[in-house]
Design a protein around this ligand. Structure first.
Ligand SMILES: [Zn+2]
Length: 211
């Protein structure tokens, strides 16, 4: 169900997410599409920064059920749901980087316009989605997250008082979006004379990305 190359890539991605300071200890979890029917999800309680091969749960994409008796993260339901509904997405990273999490706890609606401060925001992320607080691991939270990602335009979700979710066609894409989003949040929260990109400038860069 998982090749040694896929397992190695999964582990490398988990470790990289920690190296880029996207996580705090046991916070965050990761998933990756393995085939039409199977996805890999980091195990319950695992620290991504030191993830080991025996901490990769293989789950059925339709039911979410673990097929290798390794218990997936309690947040696996939204991972599997996003991968099921977005066939263009192969990697889902749930992270908790510092500035992005301050923003998630600070009425993120007020910062949406301020986030478009460098070209990476329109180029790689676009408009982030905001998900209302619900208990971590609950179906209610998972359904709200999946719902936001059903639109092709959502690349990052801000989970109020919790953290963030990034998606990508591959590991690099998902990590890159998370790293740039953290940078855009840091600028939005700390700049003393912030001037965001104009709507026209954002559109110009977004169009360039599609060309
Ligand atoms: Zn979480």
């Amino acid at each position: 169900m998982i090749s040694s190359e896929q397992a190695q890539e999964f582990i490398n991605t988990a470790h990289q997410a920690a190296e880029f300071n996207l996580l705090k200890c046991s916070s965050g979890n990761l998933s990756m599409r393995l085939s039409d029917r199977h996805v890999a999800v980091s195990a319950s309680g695992a620290w991504l920064g030191s993830l080991q091969p025996e901490q990769i749960a293989i789950c059925n994409i339709e039911t979410g059920e673990s097929l290798n008796s390794i218990k997936p993260s309690i947040e696996s339901y939204f991972h599997v749901g996003i991968l099921k509904h977005r066939r263009d997405v192969n990697v889902v990273l749930h992270f908790q980087s510092s500035y992005a999490t301050i923003l998630a706890c600070s009425n993120p609606e007020n910062y949406i316009d301020k986030l478009h401060n460098t070209i990476e925001m329109p180029a790689y992320i676009g408009q982030p989605a905001i998900v209302e607080y619900a208990m971590p691991g609950s179906m209610e939270l998972a359904e709200s997250i999946i719902d936001k990602f059903k639109t092709e335009n959502t690349n990052i979700a801000i989970l109020k008082n919790h953290g963030q979710v990034s998606i990508g066609v591959d590991s690099k894409d998902a990590i890159q979006k998370a790293v740039f989003f953290e940078m855009n949040c840091m600028i939005a929260l700390t700049s003393l004379s912030l001037k965001s990109l104009s709507t026209d400038q954002q559109k110009e860069i977004a169009d360039l990305g599609k060309a």
